[in-house]
Design a protein around this ligand. Structure first.
Ligand SMILES: C[S@@+](CC[C@H](N)C(=O)[O-])C[C@H]1O[C@@H](n2cnc3c(N)ncnc32)[C@H](O)[C@@H]1O
Ligand SMILES: [Zn+2]
Length: 390
């Protein structure tokens, strides 16, 4: 290759990447894009793909916007149940890197490489199989323009994994952009990332119903720079008919922090509890963002690979996240310790103390993977403040 190339190890996989991607603070798009900081999100993908393929063989994966192929290559090496991996990127140099890495890892026999526009690759290319069991979509910015193509290319019972890096849009900085990209309004609040994930899932689920498809969230997570969702797709018009029961609105009072789920967009934005003006986010997904069986299987898989080759601190970080996720209450809209403290005009109380105080007073309470200071509870904000600070 006519580029400055570095070889790195991620998981069990050797990757050839542009050297500039390792030396510059913001990974450059030229000669090909690679973000070393996305290792964590690819670690999670490997865990999800392992669990998803655990009871079946011969699965296919489309890494539809693969860059230098990091995710697809790791799947080829680390997820043996995946039999063929299709790599696609519009940038031929990125595909050159992916091809060389495939040879380096001796997985080239199960790798197929394409250099097409993502939608042409997913929907219109001649190939042996029409639909993929797993379709990954990891674009620059919003995935919104490509969702139809992904939905048309996944098999019945298949898995789609989608990244959104337009977090400012989904988390409330640009509401009008959010509305036109995702058909829903975001909200600036302490839990705006959870709202962003729910808007994204709702957008995908509603688009899926147009193709008589139904969506089941397996796992979703968020980070400062991106949101990521893993959804099972089922071909069923009768299940698709039930989507309206899973879509709604959240009415949030900035003053007293109360939040209410509404099935329809309420016109009355006055808070029932304190009389202040509320804000409304949605339409968004109000059902669970996690499948508890799937999450437990992710946790078990991690426990079984305690001596895996991932650096120990990465493994432990993943284990901690999945332990929290397995006991996270399926209640939308988390609270945050600092924000509750500021409402009470007192100093913050540790998350552990908050959760144990709520539990010992008969309320449900749990941590959330969406925020390290976040907690979910069926207590109202008034009850939380009274218990913690009075
Ligand atoms: C965020 S990067 C992908 C990163 C990759 N998934 C990874 O884990 O390293 C986005 C990629 O989109 C590619 N791209 C941009 N527009 C595209 C299009 N219309 N079709 C296919 N690839 C495209 C770029 O060349 C770039 O490599
Ligand atoms: Zn209020």
């Amino acid at each position: 290759m006519n580029h400055d190339v570095s070889e790195i190890k991620e998981g069990n996989t050797s990757l050839l990447v542009p050297s500039s991607a390792l030396s510059e603070i913001v990974p450059p798009k030229n000669p090909a894009f690679f973000n070393p900081n996305a290792k964590w999100n690819r670690d999670i993908s490997m865990l999800v793909y392992k669990v998803y393929t655990s009871s079946s063989k011969n699965k296919t994966l489309a890494d539809s916007i693969c860059g230098v192929g990091a995710r697809g290559l790791r799947a080829a090496v680390e997820v043996p149940q995946i039999e063929s991996i299709y790599f696609n990127d519009l940038n031929p140099i990125a595909i050159e890197f992916a091809k060389e890495s495939a040879k380096l890892n001796q997985v080239q026999d199960k790798c197929i490489f394409k250099t097409n526009d993502v939608c042409k690759f997913l929907n219109f290319e001649e190939r042996e199989i029409r639909r993929f069991d797993i379709v990954d979509l990891d674009p620059f910015g919003s995935p919104s323009p490509y969702i139809d193509c992904v939905l048309r290319s996944v098999s019945n019972g298949g898995l789609i994994s989608i990244t959104a890096t337009d977090t400012a849009v989904l988390c409330g900085v640009y509401p009008s952009v959010c509305y036109r990209k995702y058909y829903g309004f975001p909200m600036r609040s302490e839990y705006s990332n959870e709202i962003g994930v729910r808007l994204l899932v709702s957008f995908i689920a509603l688009n899926a119903t147009r193709f008589d498809l139904s969506v089941v969230p397996y796992f979703c997570h968020s980070n400062l720079h991106y949101l990521r969702v893993y959804l099972k797709i089922i071909f069923s018009s009768s299940l698709a008919n039930t989507v309206s029961s899973k879509i709604g609105f959240i009415k949030h009072c900035k003053e007293c922090k109360s939040r209410r789920i509404e099935k329809i967009r309420e016109q009355n934005l006055v808070c029932d509890l304190c009389g202040a003006k509320c804000v409304m986010a949605g339409p968004l997904w109000i059902d669970s963002l996690f499948d508890s069986d799937f999450v437990n299987s992710m946790l078990n898989e991690l426990k079984n690979t305690e001596n895996g080759t991932s650096p120990r601190n990465d493994h432990n970080r993943l284990l901690k996240m999945m332990q929290i996720c397995s006991s996270e209450l399926p209640i939308p809209a988390y609270f945050e310790t600092d924000s509750i403290a500021s409402s009470a005009k007192k100093s913050s109380i540790s998350l552990e103390k908050v959760i144990s105080t709520l539990a010992s007073n008969g309320f449900q309470s749990s941590k959330t993977i969406m925020n390290e200071k976040g907690f979910k509870t069926n207590a109202s904000p008034k009850e939380i403040i009274e218990l913690l600070y009075k």
